[in-house]
Design a protein around this ligand. Structure first.
Ligand code: FAD
Length: 527
């Protein structure tokens, strides 16, 4: 599908009338593309950079009800999110996995422990399963030995779920493309086209891959703005007032050996009482997040500030004192910007995370929401699309992800654990078989300490729409987040694979490494 020459083929097809043009290749756009393809519509998705390169690769990677939304009395959002979590755990085997959480209650907490317990009762009732339990201090330490803070007063165990956000987006897009949709990365909408009556009817799309300067007018019966935190840019061009409040959230990534957690741990930050999370993920621990207004330029990659770094590290040192964590333990950092609808709340964390749909001059903007609720956003978008497209035949209950077979024949003679097979099936769906092609089999070995396999890296370079090195190392196989120095030590082997698969000459390789290294230093580390 994304084999050699695919970009040329897609560019040559753009010049036709589409039913829907989706602008933005994050989770929102990917979900709408999937749902609209199910409905048999001719749909094109264009993404200015790489798929999921916006907020959708920078989340905390939770598929969750959101206990903290209960605290803000956002009951509808929590109920919907809990139900989506259950749906995705069932549908996304190997990609969306249940994760145990421990809530550590600390002396001096702004919220009494029983309030969290009451929230958990509601949470379990919403999921129709009783899975939380209270623990005293000793039991909690037994479950989580690094939890050595003398301030611990007990807590709870409960469950949510976790995913790989960028891979979830990619799987949705790939399966939609298999089913007839069209998706193109490195294709930016420069401006919208309007009819004489002033209705949006298409867009001018420019190639941003660096390989060509081409531009094309794309016409569609409906244009959907799924550009997340960038949504206002397209809306303002229609002379509409901005409605979003960009809120940055940052994370630290630590080696698992320095904070060996088998479950996630959450607690209230001693400074301001906000819930923060330490999450085991892909062999590391992610700790986050912050919630601050993001005044910076939206066209540069967001990066953690000194204050956020200090805020997060202080919390870790407070709760896990015997780990003696310092700034030197931090492998990487990453930051994302939430596309939150502005209601003018003084405290950013009190802004609602519900999604919104606005129809303005024929442009449908779908924004806000969460990774977890992408299916609901897609469903609501298609319902709203009926106004312009007329009746659309779609079944919102139809699975968003193609079912993954219990076992794939091709996997049976390969020496991988059951967990590794399931992981591959979850990430690649039916494409997992391609990892076992004769010339790739020998590379079914892990990349350093990560759960990623060299075979995945080759497959991604060969058939997953990679244009630049950061697409490969930060979003397809995420070693840029998991290895010291963004994985620079492993570049010679990466180079051998990438140059062979992507046909990059030495000069291109050098340029790509330089750009990747600069990006990593600026936005994924802390100096
Ligand atoms: C720190 C943080 C933690 C989070 N944690 C969670 C979590 O654990 N669980 C959860 O459910 N949710 C979480 N979220 C929320 C979730 O990540 C976002 O709601 C979601 O990713 C937004 O997706 P999106 O597709 O709307 O936006 P994006 O992913 O930003 O996608 C928009 C895309 O549009 C593209 N674009 C912009 N302008 C143009 C143009 N002119 N032409 C073409 N393309 C364009 C951008 O390049 C971008 O890729 C978190 C968010 C943050 C910031």
């Amino acid at each position: 599908m994304w084999d050699k020459g695919w970009r040329e083929r897609v560019w040559s097809q753009l010049d036709q009338e589409w039913d829907i043009l989706i602008i933005g290749g994050g989770i929102t756009g990917a979900g709408i593309l999937r749902q609209a393809t199910h409905a048999g519509l001719r749909v094109l998705l264009v993404e200015a950079h790489d798929f999921a390169s916006g907020t959708s690769s920078r989340s905390s990677k939770l598929v969750h009800g959101g206990m903290r939304y209960l605290k803000n009395a956002q009951f509808k959002l929590t109920l919907e999110s809990v139900s989506e979590r259950e749906y995705l755990v069932r549908q996304g085997r190997g990609l969306v996995n249940r994760l145990g959480f421990l809530y550590a209650s600390l002396r001096g907490d702004k919220m009494p422990r029983f309030v969290f317990g009451a929230g958990l009762i509601l949470y379990d009732l919403m999921a129709r399963q009783w899975s939380h339990r209270a623990y005293d201090t000793l039991d909690l330490r037994e479950l989580c030995p690094p939890l050595t803070t003398p301030a611990l007063t007990g807590g709870y165990r409960y469950f949510d779920a976790q995913t790989d956000d960028a891979r979830l987006v990619l799987r949705l897009i790939r399966e939609a493309v298999e089913a007839g949709g069209v998706a193109l990365n490195y294709a930016r909408v420069e401006h919208l086209l309007k009819t004489q009556q002033g209705q949006v009817c298409g867009a001018v799309v420019r190639d941003t891959s660096g390989e060509s300067m081409r531009e094309i007018e794309v016409r569609a019966r409906l244009v959907i703005n799924a550009t997340g935190v960038w949504s206002d840019a397209l809306r303002v061009a229609l002379e509409r007032a901005p409605r979003l409040r960009p809120l940055r959230g940052s994370h630290l990534v630590l080696p698992w050996a320095r904070l060996p957690l088998t479950r996630a741990v959450t607690f209230l930050h001693p400074r301001d009482g906000r819930p923060v999370f330490a999450l085991p993920w892909e062999g590391v621990v992610i700790f986050g997040t912050t919630d601050v207004d993001h005044p910076s330029e939206l066209h540069t990659d967001p990066a953690i500030s000194a204050d956020e770094f200090d805020y997060l590290l202080t919390a870790l040192q407070h709760v896990f004192p015997q780990q003696e964590l310092t700034a030197n333990d931090v492998l990487a950092t990453f930051s994302g910007v939430r596309p939150v609808v502005n209601t003018g709340k003084a405290d950013p964390s009190k802004e609602s995370r519900e999604h919104a749909i606005w129809e303005e001059d024929g442009l449908l903007t779908v924004c806000g929401g969460k990774l977890t609720t992408f299916r609901l956003m897609a469903r609501d978008a298609l319902r709203a699309a009926r106004k312009q497209l007329g009746h659309i035949e779609f079944d919102p209950r139809r699975p968003m992800l193609n079912p993954v077979p219990e076992t794939l024949d091709a996997l049976t003679d390969v020496r991988l654990s059951a967990a590794q097979r399931l992981r591959l099936l979850g990430r690649y769906g039916a494409d997992a078989t391609r990892l076992f092609d004769a010339d790739v089999r020998a590379e079914l070995t892990p990349i350093a300490s990560t759960p990623y396999l060299w075979a995945e890296l080759r497959h991604a370079a060969r058939a997953e729409g990679v244009v630049h090195l950061d697409d490969l190392l930060l979003r397809r196989v995420r070693i840029g987040l998991l290895l010291p120095n963004g994985g620079l030590e492993w570049m010679p082997r990466v180079r051998a694979i990438v140059q062979a698969e992507l046909g990059w000459d030495d000069a291109r390789w050098e340029r790509e490494v330089q750009t990747y290294t600069q990006l990593w230093r600026r936005a994924y580390s802390f100096q």
